[in-house]
Design a protein around this ligand. Sequence first.
Ligand SMILES: NC(=O)C1=CN([C@@H]2O[C@H](COP(=O)(O)OP(=O)(O)OC[C@H]3O[C@@H](n4cnc5c(N)ncnc54)[C@H](O)[C@@H]3O)[C@@H](O)[C@H]2O)C=CC1
Ligand SMILES: O=C(O)C(=O)COP(=O)(O)O
Length: 635
Amino acid sequence: MSILTLNPAPYIIIDFDSTFTKVEGLDELAIIALKGHPEQDQIVQKISDLTNKGMNGEMSFADGLRQRIALLKANRSHIESLISFLKTKISDSFLRNRQFLTENADQIYIVSSGFKEFIVPVATQLGILADHVYANEFVFDEDDNIIGIDEDNVLSMDGGKMQILSALNLPGDVYAIGDGYTDYELKASGLANRFYAFTENIERPRVMAVAEHVATSFDDFLYDNKLSRSQSYPKSRIKVLLLENVHPAAQKAFQREGFNVEFVKGALDEDELCERIKDVSIIGIRSKTMITKRVLDHANRLMSIGAFCIGTNQIDLDEAAKRGIAVFNAPYSNTRSVVELAVGEMILLIRNIVGKSNLLHQGIWDKSASGSFEIRGKKLGMVGYGSIGTQFSVVAEALGMEVYFYDEVEKLSIGNARKLNSLEDLLAISDVISMHVDGRKENTNLIGKREFDLMKDGVIFMNLSRGHVVDIHALADAVKSGKVAGAGVDVFPKEPKTNNEMFESELLGLPNVILTPHIGGSTEEAQENIGHFVPSKLLEFMNNGSSYGSVNFPEVQLPKLKDSHRLLHIHANVPGVLAKLNHIFGKNNINITGQYLKTNEHIGYVIVDIEKGYTEEFIQEVKEIEGTIRFRMLY
Ligand SMILES: NC(=O)C1=CN([C@@H]2O[C@H](COP(=O)(O)OP(=O)(O)OC[C@H]3O[C@@H](n4cnc5c(N)ncnc54)[C@H](O)[C@@H]3O)[C@@H](O)[C@H]2O)C=CC1
Ligand SMILES: O=C(O)C(=O)COP(=O)(O)O
């Protein structure tokens, strides 16, 4: 039996600039030292070009280094500022694995063509031993200006890194990690057993082309070598695809944790999505992207979907559940924004402001009260009395309206709102009708010719829910006939995918019709809230297994994982799976520290916290249980 164990660490040789830190030290020193210099930009650019040529192996490294030093006009105080700056620029994955670096300090070296003066203070912060840092040294004049480099240091010459490694004569496996060509040379010369091209901060195609191994992060390197690490599975290997211009806070949240994030401004159509979703583990969308069964068939690694909005009708929720994919949304984060727009539109429409404003823009002064009303005392009818409907109802009552609602589910009224028993009753009684149902298929054309005919003459009609809920042709007719005196429409059966596409509709140019491009939830406040909320749900699910708040998954809120390994097992909801799982635990003598189970009509979700020390065979047996949809292990 093979106990699941971690390997002892090899000797690890780490490059500093753009590997251990996110930036190039000398380039940053130039920026600091040349601050205010009239040619700062040009000189910094020259230095950066020389750095890149050297890193890519396109020029003699030693020549480039001397040319860069000659361009620098730095002194000792600039180095102090550089050190403070670099401490904030340590690569995230090294920061995350401080424990590994400290515990294995004897095996770890930094070999860099950068300079000890700034490398030692930064590297030692994470437990690297000062005498394990091999780097160049500056030469200063008596006024502390940098005037050159220590010419006796082998690292100031071409092939210097190889000489250092050769002199170290390390008695075991040696793995080099770096972004530059000189790091690759350690492997090419046979001095290192492996070279990992490190791409967390920069991808150098010339280096990647020759590297046998690529490490997208230090976690990735540790995972590849079965070494102890902060992440059970390196997040840099997990792809996150964010569509429809979700708030930048979302991108930051995933990047902070080391995920590989791709950001797309618009929506994608089904064909594009089928292509792009391959290898993606988390996808973030808004209301436009349709996640159909066909898209899910192409989603070979998808674990979780974030709807950065309220509605989830654009996602095939059942198909996602059957594949073990958890879907989360932001059920309340733009409620208020929709309500405010609805209130504003209602007042503008009942006063016929749009027509008057358009006329005045043409210089026509049309001062008259005819066809303009107050909303006070008018009857507002709400179709759908959920989060938005109820909040709208409270605000409308505060404005002096009489509120009526119809919801197909039994709902208690908030304030003095009155419940009606049929849609027909509501249509007949209301002066203003506002749609706030969800976008399920069955609501297609909920309002059509028949329903408009049932409304009062001169009614104000608003749809800020979903486009397909209203038959647009019937609405256009009702406006033209005067049945509807004003309409506010924010959502349409066919909406452009991006701001670059033209919008077409029968409603264009109709009088007293406010058209808005699906912006009910598009306020800075709502988008920022959503940008924080949805990633937090997705990350909880990915990192901890918690599915609380999911719209298609059995909901489980789990305690933080402590001193245990957590096994997450998603299976088809058929009898006997739990019994089989428990049998395997018993047979393998697994000590359980916590167990949770929840099912819904499609799937069962079992979470078991166990003590370390289980075998590969045990894991294999769990994976092979009939009905298993997905299995993963967290620690
Ligand atoms: N324009 C925009 O930018 C935005 C639009 N929305 C849309 O608004 C919808 C409503 O949002 P919430 O109030 O948060 O959802 P919710 O789920 O809290 O409320 C929807 C209510 O509609 C009721 N309902 C559904 N079908 C019905 C029918 N045929 N007849 C009567 N009642 C019916 C439900 O029982 C539920 O009470 C969302 O699903 C979304 O599609 C949401 C946010 C922004
Ligand atoms: O929240 C919703 O359901 C909305 O309709 C808002 O959608 P959006 O994020 O603007 O595409």
